[in-house]
Design a protein around this ligand. Structure first.
Ligand code: ZN
Length: 416
């Protein structure tokens, strides 16, 4: 019976993802006036995963109230986590050998960062540092359920519609990166939804959408349709959500067919080319999110998203905009180290963007010139569909589509 259950788990996992991934269950409750929240978080390794030591990093300011590690032995410690440039607390669980299930439940309490709230909105998002994650695996794909309990007068929106709502509670489920489970909480939301094509919606926490915010919908529809024809044509999407939170911090794309844009009018205005590029960049991260952010592989996320946004401009006939952006970014790449082997820790912080975003973009532009638009889209579509996460695997795709000479040429470009 255990074998059958395991097999079923594997089959379900592979139907959803092509491979078995960890399962995460989150129960969130909060107090709007104080921003205080409690979270019950369960991380379960896939059936048959016999990892002997499981580590979860957690925000050092949270108070861990309970640790349940089944038959594993848990320890807590603190350590410096360079990627966040901060100390974190870490739960370490050692499991004896064997094939029994490996799960870890943490109950913790914290205060949501002030910068991720407004008078009306609480933003539990991929940038709120509210969830545990395995070290160096913030963006590993997990299957999740997220249950949010809300006091009277509050609502929740996420990257997708709820699986279930009951008075005072919302439940979501799906797949996302480990730290990107999203619950935007506010007394009211306004939204506009596309009537044709993919189910694109723009959801704003709080007051009604102003004209510049309503203008996001047709642009997002156009961008999604463009990507579905090009980079995403082997893995096209039928829904996409733009979440506007008003916390005025940043914009970031999510694997789960959504982007969080914390800016509202007048700080985000798609009549400005720069903001249009941001929207197109973030939407493309639905396809570009599988390279590790801890080494050179991050160019497979950031350079690809940057170049995708420029391809959108070009396709819309804004070749001047494409060239202007190319020149602006290319200028920063003089005297930079190669992409292959790039280690951000060896350089000042600005070098990361110059190499991983900008130099990577110039390499893709050069590849575009070399192989032509039709072949470039074949390469990008295959890369996206295969969820390519290493430079080596990308070189192989280029070799398959454009031949060994182009592969060798690309390897040289990435090495200079
Ligand atoms: Zn990006």
């Amino acid at each position: 019976m255990k074998f059958l259950v395991m097999l079923l788990g594997l089959v379900l996992g592979s139907v959803l993802t092509g491979y078995a991934v960890p399962r995460v269950r989150v129960q969130l409750a909060f107090e709007p006036a104080t921003r205080a929240f409690t979270c019950r978080y369960t991380f379960a390794l896939p059936a048959g995963d016999t990892t002997s030591v499981l580590r979860l990093n957690l925000n050092k300011n949270f108070r861990v109230q309970r640790v349940q590690s089944g038959w594993g032995v848990a320890q807590m410690r603190r350590l410096y986590y360079p990627f966040f440039a901060d100390t974190m607390q870490q739960v370490v669980v050692r499991y004896p050998a064997g094939r029994r299930a490996r799960t870890l439940t943490l109950v913790y309490a914290g205060i949501l960062g002030q910068e991720r709230t407004t008078a009306q909105v609480l933003e539990f998002s991929g940038h709120s540092n509210w969830l545990p994650f395995r070290p160096l695996s913030e963006f590993e794909v997990v299957e999740y359920t997220l249950a949010v309990r809300v006091p009277a007068g509050y609502q929740v929106r996420s990257t997708r519609p709820p699986r279930r709502t009951r008075p005072g509670s919302y439940e979501f489920e799906g797949q996302a990166s480990a730290i990107e489970l999203t619950a935007i909480i506010a007394p009211q939301f306004q939204q506009v939804v596309a009537r044709t094509g993919a189910a694109v919606s723009v959801v704003k926490a709080g007051a009604a959408l102003g004209p510049t915010e309503a203008a996001i919908l047709p642009k997002a529809q156009d961008i999604v349709a463009f990507y579905n024809r090009t980079i995403g044509r082997q893995d096209s999407i039928s829904r996409f959500t733009v979440l506007l939170t008003g916390t005025q911090q940043d914009a970031f794309g999510l694997l789960d067919n959504a982007t969080v844009i914390t800016y509202v009018s007048p700080d985000f205005d798609l009549s400005q080319r720069e903001d249009l590029l941001i929207l197109a960049h973030e939407i493309s991260h639905k396809w570009w999110g599988y390279g590790s952010v801890h080494d050179e592989s991050d160019w497979l996320n950031e350079a690809f998203a940057t170049y995708s946004s420029m391809l959108y401009l070009q396709a819309k006939g804004d070749t001047a905009g494409y060239r202007q952006n190319y020149t602006k970014l290319a200028k920063t790449t003089a005297n930079t180290p190669p992409i292959i082997g790039f280690d951000r820790m060896k350089y000042e912080p600005g070098m990361y963007r110059r190499v991983i975003y900008n130099k990577g973009m110039t390499v893709l532009a050069a590849l575009h010139t070399r192989v032509g638009t039709a072949q470039l889209y074949s390469i990008l579509a295959r890369t996206a569909a295969q969820r390519v996460g290493t430079t080596q695997a990308f070189l192989d795709v280029v070799g398959q589509v454009a031949g060994p000479d182009s592969r060798a040429w690309l390897l040289a470009r990435l090495s200079e």
